[in-house]
Write a protein that binds this ligand. Structure first.
Ligand code: GLY
Length: 349
C-alpha cells in the first residue's frame, strides 16, 4: 500500500486485484461506521460485494452520468447524509467512477464541516486520475467543475476486478487520462503506449498512481506543478461544455485536447518535438480515442467556452503545453488568442 501526506493527514492507496482486502485496509486506517455513496449502474454490479465485506449504515444511490454532476445532486447527497444521520466519526465510502467520487467527495467535504472519505474507484479514469489528490467538484451551467473543494481521501482502493464490467468507451475514456499522465509525467509509460498494442491495466494504473502521488504530494492545492495534470483539459472542457455535459466522455475530450494543445505548442515554438502531435494521434487511434474535433462544432462556441475555464485570470488562461514527452510548461495564453487552439478565426470584439 502506498502512503503519502495530505492536508488531512495521510492518504493510503491500494492497487489490488479484488475488493477482498478492502476491510483490512479500512481497519488499518481506523474506519468505523461507513455510509456508501454509489450510483444506479455500479450498485447492482459491485454494491453487494462491497456491503458483504464492509458493513454500511446506509447506501445512497445516485443517477449515473456526467449530466448528474450538479449542485442539485450534491445537495441531495448532503441532505441524505444528514438524515442517516451521520456524525463526525462516519466515513463516506464512494464506490463508482469520477462522478460518484466527485459528488460524494464534495458532499463529505462540507457535511458537518468535513467527513473522511474513502474512494473506491470502479472506472479506469477514476483509478488513474480522479480518485487521487482530493479534487472534488460539480459542474455549473457556466463551466465544468466550477464549484468544489480540495478534500483528500483517507484511502483509495483501486480493485482491478471492477474494470471487468466497463464497456469499450469507458475503457477508452480512462485511456485518455492515461495518455495525459504519460505525456505530462512519465516518458517510460509514453514509450510503452507507443510500442505496445495496449499495456495491461495493472501496470498502467500503478504507473499513473505513482506519477500522480508524486505531483499531489508536492502541490496538493495546484499552486504550481499540479497544473501539468490539466494538460488537454482547456480544449477538452470547452468541447464537453459546447456539446453538453455527458455527450462526449471526459477522457475522450481530453485526448482531443492533448492533440490540439500539442499542435499549438509546436506552432508557437514551445514544443521542441515537431512530431509530438502525430505521435499522440497515432497512440490515440490505436487506443480507440478520437484525435480531431467532433464535426459540427462552431469554433466561436469553443472559444467562448474555453474563456470560462476556471484556470483563467482576467485576460489569460493558464494552459500547460508540452515541451517534450515528460516535460510540460504552463503558458498564460491571452484570451484573445484562444482561437488559435481551435484553428478558428479571431472572435470579433
Ligand atoms: N485531474 C487533474 C488533477 O487531479 O489535478
Amino acid at each position: 500500500m502506498r502512503r503519502f501526506a495530505t492536508s488531512r493527514g495521510v492518504c493510503s492507496v491500494a492497487v489490488t486485484p479484488t475488493l477482498d482486502d478492502l476491510p483490512t485496509c479500512l481497519a488499518e486506517r481506523g474506519v468505523g461506521e461507513a455510509v456508501l455513496v454509489t450510483d444506479e449502474v455500479v450498485d447492482p454490479l459491485w454494491g453487494d460485494r462491497l456491503r458483504a465485506r464492509v458493513p454500511v449504515r446506509a447506501t445512497l444511490r445516485l443517477p449515473s452520468g456526467e449530466e448528474h454532476k450538479t449542485l442539485a445532486t450534491w445537495e441531495r447527497v448532503v441532505d441524505e447524509l444528514l438524515r442517516v444521520p451521520v456524525d463526525r466519526a462516519t466515513t463516506v465510502v464512494a464506490l463508482g467512477g469520477g462522478v460518484v467520487g466527485d459528488v460524494a467527495g464534495f458532499a463529505a467535504a462540507v457535511t458537518l464541516r468535513g467527513l473522511d472519505v474513502v474512494q473506491v474507484p470502479t472506472t479506469l479514469l477514476a483509478m488513474v486520475d480522479a480518485s487521487i489528490g482530493g479534487k472534488t467538484a460539480v459542474d455549473h451551467p457556466l463551466g465544468k467543475n466550477l464549484v468544489g473543494a480540495f478534500h483528500p481521501p483517507l484511502h483509495v482502493h483501486a480493485a482491478l476486478e471492477t474494470l471487468s464490467t466497463l464497456d469499450a468507451v469507458q475503457i477508452a475514456a480512462g485511456r485518455g487520462e492515461v495518455v495525459k499522465t504519460a505525456l505530462a509525467l512519465d516518458a517510460g509509460l509514453f514509450a510503452r503506449l507507443e510500442a505496445e498494442a495496449a499495456p495491461g491495466h495493472a501496470d498502467v494504473v500503478r504507473a499513473c498512481v505513482d506519477a500522480k502521488i508524486a505531483v499531489v504530494t508536492e502541490d496538493e492545492r495546484e499552486q504550481g506543478r499540479r497544473v501539468v495534470l490539466n494538460a488537454g483539459h482547456t480544449v477538452g472542457h470547452a468541447i464537453e461544455r459546447t456539446l453538453g455535459y455527458g455527450v462526449l466522455p471526459h477522457g475522450l475530450a481530453v485526448m482531443i485536447g492533448l492533440v490540439l494543445e500539442a499542435d499549438h505548442a509546436v506552432r508557437t515554438g514551445v514544443c521542441e518535438d515537431s512530431s509530438l502531435p502525430d505521435r499522440l494521434r497515432a497512440i490515440g487511434r490505436r487506443l480507440g480515442l478520437p484525435v480531431e474535433l467532433p464535426a459540427g462544432l462552431d469554433p466561436a462556441d469553443l472559444v467562448a467556452a474555453a474563456s470560462l475555464d476556471k484556470k483563467g485570470r482576467a485576460d489569460t488562461i493558464r494552459v500547460p503545453l508540452p515541451v517534450r514527452v515528460g516535460c510540460m510548461v504552463p503558458v498564460d495564453l491571452p484570451k484573445r488568442d484562444l482561437h488559435h487552439l481551435f484553428h478558428a478565426r479571431p472572435t470579433p470584439t
